[in-house]
Design a protein around this ligand. Sequence first.
Ligand code: CDM
Ligand code: ATP
Length: 298
Amino acid sequence: MTSVTVRVPGKVNLQISVGPLRADGYHELVNVFHAVSLYDEVSAAPSDRVRVRVSGEGADQVPLDEDNLAGRAARLLADRTGHPARVALEIRKAIPVAGGMAGGSADAAAALVACDALWGTDLSAGELHALAAELGSDVPFALMGGTAVGRGRGEDLVPVTARGTFHWVFALAPGGLSTAAVYAECDLLRRHEAVPEPAASDALMAALAAGDAKALGAALANDLQPASLALRPQLAKVLRAGEDFGALGGIVSGSGPTCAFLAESGRHAEELALALSDAGVCRAAVRATGPVPGAVIV
Ligand SMILES: C[C@](O)(CO)[C@H](O)COP(=O)(O)OP(=O)(O)OC[C@H]1O[C@@H](n2ccc(N)nc2=O)[C@H](O)[C@@H]1O
Ligand SMILES: Nc1ncnc2c1ncn2[C@@H]1O[C@H](COP(=O)(O)OP(=O)(O)OP(=O)(O)O)[C@@H](O)[C@H]1O
């Protein structure tokens, strides 16, 4: 085989309920993931060692050394299967880097799928999921796609039935936010509160099952949002602009700083994206739909 290409989506979190800090440094979550049609592509081809090249959105901010998550995924798969760690990975990015849309996690999931096919290591879905969870809390969902509830640190996934297609606008911010820093800020902001166990929102689940965009917009909830806003106060202006321009709901995506807005239709999403761009509150406003499938060979 000469080359394998995998397409992998970014995500928005429809709900993040952040529970107490665990002894291992992670937080217990109820994390409702939703895969959206903003895709990275990862190609894997034979090489003499692990090599990584990156192009596209934010490519200059992506490490090419052993920190690259796609390269780490390839080395982990090689290590566990005994296959030589030899592959040239080419990453084409559209998912914003450090944007709260799990771009690095998506590339890691794509690299696992691509190398598994290129090398003929032929792991089961369960084996790939276990390697994905070792690489990061968001990586298993990038394999699965669709809409799913993640428990534990987010890796323990159960698919959620969602009817229809939802239309989103993502307001991309200049620069990124560190996920670890946002969780640390969340702890700091809640240091005087008793933190309850995380819980799924019934209103959100009912909205998804009914395909009711208006109800979904009203049910979006992210416990990390106050922390992202504390670290990046300008985001309040972005969220207010989305609301003023008629979004059904607006939320910081994951740990931020990307903001996600739910629209009524494709047409409404187009208008909303244009209004956000014209208002000058973001670097760019891009449209996407969800849910979409996880990492697939194309
Ligand atoms: C914010 C989200 O993107 C929402 O899906 C995820 O919770 C973060 O997932 P991720 O980027 O894959 O995170 P990981 O690479 O596993 O962890 C990065 C850091 O985030 C914090 N972290 C992550 C997940 C979690 N359940 N609790 C945490 O406190 C920890 O400080 C950890 O060191
Ligand atoms: N292939 C990759 N693509 C993007 N970033 C990568 C990659 N590999 C390593 N990184 C590093 O990981 C950091 C986080 O990038 P990523 O785009 O995954 O953030 P994120 O979308 O905020 O993640 P999450 O939503 O999972 O918290 C970046 O700052 C970058 O240094």
